[in-house]
Design a binder for this molecule. Structure first.
Ligand code: ACO
Length: 351
């Protein structure tokens, strides 16, 4: 039976480091508040006019391809996960394809919109295509450029201090080694609380979900659908979050979906060398670690230096964990994510 293995990994983070003290110059916040609530010390911000979600994604992809000696013309399929695309459309998949110079074979590029769970959603999609023998080299990219769209005034501080920019990528290939590769994946979603963590505007909802008065949609039959004066004037063009609601749901769903993966593959938490959770918030990860009774050696965190890079956080963390020797060939690694939607997911991998 064919399985999917992670043949190559790469990541890219912008050069610019932004500390909590830098943010204190823009809004009423403190290093103490941010560290206490989220564990974040610093994050990276992309260079305006020079870096985008797709260029960072392409940089991570180049590293992933180089790490396993695959060249761009060998890629059969691109999957690109992000919540912060360069354009409303087309998606970042084709932009990364262009940036990587993959043009001769006119391969498909798929965009995934599952926020913090996007990487694992992409992994399961890729896994199906590889297991059926359809594709042999799939490039899965996850990249986020959040800093250009955050509210850096005190009004937006509950969200803006948490997020950072960066990208990660993996090169996926088939293996006939039955004990190796992606052992199981589990995806979930529940849209009943879709707006709890969201970027509502601009969008094509025209007030359908939350009321046209709230966003100032004019009563005209055509046009004027995406952005209104009210959205500009009343600062409605930024992400919003009910942090406590997210926290509560996250600390339930992370352990649930990790247990689900372990059970499906016949393992227990003791068998896992490393859990790499989506880097949502250090406090969430610590809570989950306690609930699962994992040792410090079994839990990977790097949110302290990158903030929450949403879809990109797992591949960045996985790449760094490998470089740091936190797992090696033969080890069992569990990936888990929870985020906006709500969506959540897990994957168990034998390296
Ligand atoms: N600096 C200083 N004060 C702040 C900041 C800030 N950056 N942000 C909010 N505050 C203030 C609020 O205005 C409020 O002040 P008030 O009491 O005078 O009204 C006070 O701090 C408490 O605000 P809460 O929103 O209730 O803060 P809470 O203690 O819940 O902490 C936090 C907020 C850190 C977001 C917390 O709810 C949390 O950890 N939630 C989890 C959500 C999360 O981490 N999301 C990450 C992205 S989602 C994901 O990836 C799945």
């Amino acid at each position: 039976m064919l399985r999917t293995k992670i043949a190559g990994m790469g990541y890219y983070v912008p050069e610019k480091v932004v500390t909590n003290f830098d943010l204190m110059k823009m809004m009423d916040t403190s290093d103490e508040w941010i560290q206490e609530r989220s564990g974040i010390i610093e994050r990276r911000y992309a260079k305006k006019h020079e870096e985008t979600t797709s260029t960072m994604g392409a940089a991570a992809a180049r590293m992933a391809m180089d790490s396993c000696g695959v060249n761009p013309e060998e890629i059969d399929f691109i999957i690109f996960a992000t919540l912060s695309p360069d354009y409303f459309f087309p998606g970042c998949g084709v932009l990364a394809q262009r940036a990587l110079g993959i043009s001769k074979k006119e391969i498909p590029a798929l965009d995934i919109r599952n926020q913090c769970s996007g990487f694992i959603y992409g992994l399961e999609v890729a896994d199906q295509f590889i297991k059926t023998g359809k594709y042999k080299n799939i490039l899965l990219i996850a990249s986020e450029l959040q800093s250009h769209g955050l509210d850096f005034t005190t009004r937006g501080r509950n969200v803006s201090v948490l997020f950072g920019d960066g990208a990660g990528a993996v090169l996926l290939q088939p293996t006939e080694d039955d004990g190796k590769g992606i052992l199981t994946t589990h995806l979930h979603s529940d849209g009943t609380e879709a707006e709890v963590l969201s970027l509502i505007n601009p969008g094509s909802h025209s007030g359908y979900h939350l009321g046209k008065e709230q966003f100032g949609y004019p009563d005209i039959e055509y046009g004027g659908a995406f952005i209104t004066d009210k959205m500009f004037n009343e600062h409605m063009l930024f992400p919003q979050m009910d942090g406590q609601a997210v926290f509560k749901k996250a600390v339930t769903k992370f352990p649930e979906v990790i247990h689900e993966a372990l059970k499906a593959a016949g393992y227990s938490t003791q068998d896992v060398k490393l859990v790499i959770p989506h880097q949502a918030n250090l406090r969430i990860s610590q809570f989950v670690q306690r609930l699962l009774r994992l040792t410090d050696d079994q839990m990977y965190n790097n949110i302290q230096k990158y903030g929450n890079t949403t879809a990109a956080s797992i591949p960045i963390a996985m790449c760094e964990a490998k470089q740091e020797g936190r797992f090696a060939e033969g080890d069992l690694v569990c990936l888990a994510a929870f985020g906006s939607g709500f969506t959540w997911a897990s994957a168990l991998i034998r390296f």
